[in-house]
Design a protein around this ligand. Structure first.
Ligand code: PEP
Length: 253
């Protein structure tokens, strides 16, 4: 029987960050080492160019580093791509896959997301699989159907609590300052927990379900208190150490 998951607060830097940004990462590391994230695990997913330097900086601290995507293959003729094995070799512990920006900008399908998640897990990473509906789909009342289909089709075979994290990220909430109501988040997260239990059996109870989309210090406590929300995936607010740590501080005490 799996116990209640330990929360995870993860930052997605997207295509932001030069070497100079590593000072923010050091500040996040120091804040986490000082107990700033309480009982939560923490991770930052910088661009691929910074993964190795970030992993070196975070080494020996509880702050984990992740990639933002990975190829489904381990190696080969895939110019410009990064494999899960390469991320692992660079010191990463997580790989985000299926972010809506990848699904939109690169027309990634759920079948591809599943293959990427399986590659991440095979390489020894924890896959953070993102799902979420568009504004039109929400207005049409299709949210649970869309999220359910994405989960079914993106779910990596054999996933367990230690190897899979699901991030519910309504597309219309990403980078917009808009968020669903706590009741709307609860409806989706309770639904996702049901799917996780069906697809992963008892392990499904321990799979972390993150909420993502315009999480900020001002709304984090309310969103993180929602049923079946086991942490956050944070975009814009993860670029500033003070904001990231203020969100993670929800899990103190
Ligand atoms: C994201 O893109 O994963 C995200 C949650 O972005 P933001 O926090 O900026 O809305």
């Amino acid at each position: 029987m799996t116990t209640r998951p330990r929360p995870l607060v993860a930052g997605n830097w997207k295509m932001n960050g030069l070497k100079a940004s590593l000072s923010e990462l050091s500040a996040i590391r120091d804040g986490v080492m000082a107990g700033g994230a309480g009982r939560a695990q923490t991770a930052i997913c910088p661009p691929a160019t910074l993964v190795m330097a970030a992993a070196d900086l975070a080494s020996g601290s509880p702050l984990a580093i992740g990639g933002q995507d990975c190829h489904a293959n381990q190696s080969g003729a895939h110019t410009g791509d990064v494999s899960a094995q390469m991320l692992k070799d660079a010191g990463a512990a997580y790989a985000i896959v299926g972010h809506s920006e990848r699904r939109t900008d690169h027309q990634e399908t759920s079948a591809q997301v599943k293959a990427k998640a399986e590659a991440a897990i095979a390489a020894g990473l924890t896959a953070i699989v993102c799902v979420g509906e568009s504004e039109a789909q929400r207005r049409a009342g299709e949210t649970l159907a869309v999220v359910g289909k994405q989960l079914e089709e993106s779910w990596p075979a054999g996933a367990a609590a230690a190897t899979l994290v699901i991030a519910y990220e309504p597309i219309w909430a990403i980078g917009t300052g808009l968020t669903p109501t706590p009741a709307d988040v609860a409806e989706v997260h309770d639904f996702i927990r049901g799917v996780a239990l069906r697809l992963a059996g008892a392990e499904g109870a321990g799979i972390r379900l993150l909420y993502g989309g315009s999480v900020k210090p001002s709304n984090a406590a309310e969103l993180m208190a929602v049923s079946n929300v086991d942490g956050a995936l944070i975009g814009g607010a993860s670029l500033k150490a003070s904001d990231f740590l203020a969100i993670a501080a929800v899990y103190k005490g």
